[in-house]
Design a protein around this ligand. Structure first.
Ligand code: B12
Length: 243
């Protein structure tokens, strides 16, 4: 299906865009913002907001018309290819399939200190009305917290005989999330032979879920992930037989 953005009337192609330019706020800066919007294909472009942010920077919001079309048939995404289980079903599947608790080790690696995301998945309190993996009696969860080095993560995964390692990366400046994830997956490949390696899962709001193979991990979870989705994936990937 071919679609266009909707602003004031169906299919009018109107979009809103925000950005910052490294110049102080004045008439010339507003003209520069409109020039950028025009060059990005917005025509006409209207300035709806401009505000100086500290010395020598201005934040802009522009609203305007684009002529581009979107073909929804050509969109590529990672669809959930496993059943969504209840906590009860997850526990029952692990008990029956593994006959021991499934060991999960989680961490925020590199210099990243954004633990809210991984805590939402692992901690008892969870997120979006769902309890985290710590609430599942059949999952043994070790949450290593923030700024964990890759060698420490590998060591702990070994000690805890991790079935799955869950890594969070929120900071994306200079592609830190990509570099750190590649370093992590390479370290596990080096430290453990195939078949002994834990399932490697990364998550964070700015990951492209299509990049799993490129980053050397088994699965990527992005914005809005809930603990139940992750628990269901663990059963799918490590236990099989979800009912
Ligand atoms: C809270 C926060 C902080 C707190 C973090 C406290 C803590 N204990 O986590 C503090 C104040 C410490 C902080 C510091 C910094 N922050 Co900050 N922070 C945020 C903020 C406002 C919210 C992040 C958050 O908690 N989201 C809520 C959680 C629930 O969402 P989530 O992380 O996306 O997690 C979900 C999914 O992504 C997924 N998920 C995430 N991880 C994982 C892992 C697995 C295994 C799975 C399955 C799923 C999964 O599931 C979660 C639940 O749905 C964001 C802006 C924003 N609104 O997002 C900036 C933001 C992330 N911070 C940013 C920056 C720049 C910083 C600093 C560098 C600022 C500075 N100059 O000092 C420092 C860096 C510190 C460091 N060393 O990492 C930038 C990052 C920009 C970028 N491109 O990388 C952001 C985007 C703000 C911005 N727009 O500039 N920050």
């Amino acid at each position: 299906m071919i679609i266009r953005p909707y602003g004031d009337t169906t299919g009018d192609g109107m979009v809103q865009l925000s950005f910052t330019l490294p110049i102080p706020h004045d008439k010339r800066a507003e003209g520069a913002a409109l020039q950028l919007a025009n060059r990005m294909g917005m025509d006409p472009a209207m300035l709806v907001h401009a505000k100086q942010m500290g010395d020598g920077y201005t934040f802009f919001v522009v609203y305007g018309k684009v002529t581009h079309l979107v073909d929804t048939d050509q969109v590529q995404v990672v669809e959930r290819d496993f059943p969504l289980l209840s906590a009860k079903e997850v526990n029952a599947a692990v008990k029956r399939g593994l006959r021991r608790r499934l060991s999960v080790v989680g961490a925020c690696i590199g210099t990243d200190a954004h633990t809210v995301g991984i805590d939402a998945i692992l901690n008892l309190k969870g997120i979006a009305g769902e309890k985290g993996l710590e609430s599942y009696p059949e999952l043994a969860v070790t949450n290593m917290g923030a700024q964990v080095s890759v060698p420490d993560l590998v060591e702990t995964a070994r000690e805890r005989k991790a079935d799955a390692v869950l890594v969070s990366q929120v900071v994306t400046q200079r592609d830190a999330h990509l570099h750190n994830t590649r370093a992590m997956s390479a370290a596990f490949r080096e430290a453990l032979p195939a078949g002994k390696r834990p399932l490697l899962i990364v998550g964070g709001p700015r990951f492209d879920e299509l990049m799993a193979a490129d980053l050397g991990v088994d699965r990527i979870f992005s914005r809005g992930t809930t603990p139940r989705e992750v628990a269901s994936y663990l059963v799918h990937a490590l236990v099989g037989g979800s009912k």
